[in-house]
Design a protein. Structure first.
Length: 79
């Protein structure tokens, strides 16, 4: 089973493009898109299980320069 999460990111002023482009290079990141609204970037991540996804967010996403705050939403599959 693959675990999936959506990471909602607020960036520093003027850093949205840099953050999105940097996150597209991170292994496990399936999509990283700049968006409008309360968040600046939304990232889709996948991993083998929830621990892998959690480690990806903590170890690979949080350290990216220009990220101010994140909210991680785990996807739930009802099928």
């Amino acid at each position: 089973m693959v675990a999936r999460a959506y990471v909602l990111i607020e960036t520093s002023v003027g850093k949205t493009k840099d953050v999105a482009l940097a996150l597209r290079k991170v292994k496990g990141v399936k999509e990283a898109n700049a968006v409008t609204g309360p968040y600046d970037v939304i990232v889709v991540v996948e991993g083998g299980d929830l621990t892998v996804v959690g480690n990806l967010v903590t170890n690979d996403i949080h350290p990216v320069g220009g990220i101010e705050r994140t909210v991680t939403c785990l996807a739930v599959d009802f099928t």
